[in-house]
Design a protein around this ligand. Structure first.
Ligand code: SIN
Length: 519
């Protein structure tokens, strides 16, 4: 690789999951794109997504119904303007993915639509059964690699966003242990969430929230960090990672059973296994507490085995590797950290409060998810807001940069993997900032995480910072709402129907609305 200290590109995109890849392909129509990823292009959380993409594409559905379901799940904290954008522009993004060569599963009469919790209609578009993320990421990665306007740099660890007079002008990154710069008129953060700050997570181990730390240090506002969504049904075996068992299996009729074999969800919510995720996770927690156990069971034994094997092929195969037959055995499951609802605050065009810095996908907080994300709205948000980010960048400033342009595909050597001290962060987050929190635990975690942050350097310091901000936001919110459950404040409190905003060198504050303009 040629040794260059300063690179220049029209667009700099940090992160190569669905949001980053899609933004890169959109941006490449208008100029040069430098795409940095801290791993390789094939390792991304999006590729682990199973369920699919929620979009009102069926004639019995409408953006209005999708909107209502999203708002209902969000427990009063969704930003209605952002939700309008999401549900209206979603179907067009599905069509665009198809134009790009993504083959969604179909029946002779149209899309084969899945159903998931909180949705009043079948509206989940999927590909390869339960391999949706993998299929889409594979197709978009191939297009990115062929695109002469896109330079991909793998194993590039971004250490700082560069700002001049408060505006973002690019980033500094480490490649083969050497520092390099990319200058860009538009920088798009697409670095994903922070669920791997917990021991039990459905995410790849690198999903540790550094993009949130980068934006924070650059002065951007963050919002809603306390809302970490726990997926109710991750595989719970001592010998297995907490592999996601898609909500789509409940959509097809799977039951949740407690150790007595009782179908317990009926006690908690009339929608039973199709209640929104926060309701299910809380009910599972309650049953585990009651039975003093660390899991409950999913049962698909009453479903057609042929359907189970074909519709959920990768889940079926993975469970078999652990000696569990999805069509015959009870599957032990428990909640696991899954999705970071909060993140870098953006406007309706994905721009953060730092000019020229955009945030898309899980690193962002557009307000569409409120206090509880509706299943399969995440990939949709990646698409809709990545497209908007590029449109806004082009409209505002016709991105153009002078100087040396980057070209080709480059790979730095992989950086050292996670430092072992990360396990202390994970232990604190899991024990004290998990599905159910209280004041004493949060205060303890906050003190420990602050100490760790001060004592550490590099990546670990950034991870401790993000964990500390999550704990601090969770302590601040003195109520239970959506995915944030406080045992010492067990009820939703109307005076807390507001967003917690975090910004460097400023006290935490509450704001009623994230978005102030109309779409
Ligand atoms: C799932 O398949 O259950 C996960 C989908 C999502 O997180 O939206």
């Amino acid at each position: 690789m040629a040794r260059t200290d300063a690179l220049t590109s029209d667009f700099l995109i940090i992160g190569a999951g669905l949001a980053g890849l899609y933004a890169a392909l959109q941006a490449a129509r208008y100029g040069s794109v430098c795409l940095l990823t801290k791993t390789s292009i094939s390792e991304t959380n999006s590729a682990w997504a199973q369920g699919g993409i929620a979009a009102a594409v069926d004639e019995n559905d409408s953006p209005q119904l999708h909107r209502e379901d999203t708002l209902r799940a969000g427990r009063g904290l969704c930003d209605e303007r952002a939700v309008d954008v999401l549900v209206r522009e979603g179907p067009e993004c599905i069509k665009e993915l198809e134009r790009l060569g993504v083959a969604f599963d179909r029946t002779p009469s149209g899309y084969e639509l899945g159903r998931e919790g909180g949705h009043s209609r079948r509206r989940i578009v999927h590909a390869g059964g339960s391999s949706t993320g993998q299929r889409i990421v594979a197709r978009l990665s191939a297009l990115v690699l062929q695109n002469l306007n896109i330079t991909l740099i793998e194993h590039a660890v971004v250490t700082e966003l560069l700002t001049v007079e408060g505006c973002c002008v690019g980033a500094r990154f480490l490649c083969d242990g050497r520092e390099q710069l990319v200058r860009a008129r538009t920088t798009i953060l697409a670095t994903g969430g922070a669920a791997a700050l917990y021991h039990r997570t459905t995410n790849p181990p690198g999903t540790t929230g550094e993009g949130i730390a980068l934006a924070y240090r650059a002065g951007a506002e963050l919002a809603d960090l306390e809302f970490i969504q726990f997926h109710p049904t991750a595989l719970a075996l001592p010998t297995a990672r907490s592999f996601l068992i898609s909500e789509a299996v409940r959509g097809e009729g799977a039951h949740l059973l407690n150790p007595d074999g009782e179908r317990f969800m009926l006690k908690y919510d009339g929608r039973a296994e199709l209640a929104p995720r926060d309701v299910i996770a809380r009910a599972i927690f309650e049953e585990m507490r009651r039975f003093k156990t660390d899991h409950v069971f999913l049962s698909l034994r009453h479903l057609d085995p042929a359907l189970v094997r074909s519709r959920f092929a990768n889940i079926y195969e993975t469970c078999l590797q652990y000696g569990l037959d999805l069509t015959r055995d009870l599957i032990p499951v428990a909640p696991a950290a899954h999705y970071t609802i909060g993140g870098v605050r953006t406007d309706l065009w994905a721009e953060t409060t730092v000019p020229n810095l955009f945030a898309v996908g899980e690193v962002s907080c557009t307000g569409v998810h409120g206090a509880n994300r509706l299943a399969s709205n995440a990939l949709l948000e990646c698409l809709v807001f990545a497209r908007r980010a590029v449109e806004a960048a082009v409209r505002h400033k016709v991105a153009s940069a002078s100087g040396q342009e980057v070209d080709g595909v480059r790979a730095c050597s992989p950086a050292n993997s996670q430092p072992s001290e990360l396990s202390r962060v994970r232990q604190l987050m899991t024990q004290y900032v998990g599905l159910v929190r209280d004041r004493a635990g949060l205060e303890y975690a906050l003190a420990e995480l602050s100490r760790l942050e001060i004592a550490s350097s590099g990546l670990l310091r950034e991870q401790a910072l993000v964990a500390r901000l999550i704990a601090q936001s969770a302590l601040f919110r003195a109520e239970t709402r959506g995915v944030h459950i406080r045992s010492d404040f067990p009820n939703e409190d109307p005076s807390w129907q507001a967003h917690i905003i975090v910004q460097k060198d400023r006290p935490m504050r509450l704001e009623k609305q994230l978005q102030t303009e109309s779409p």
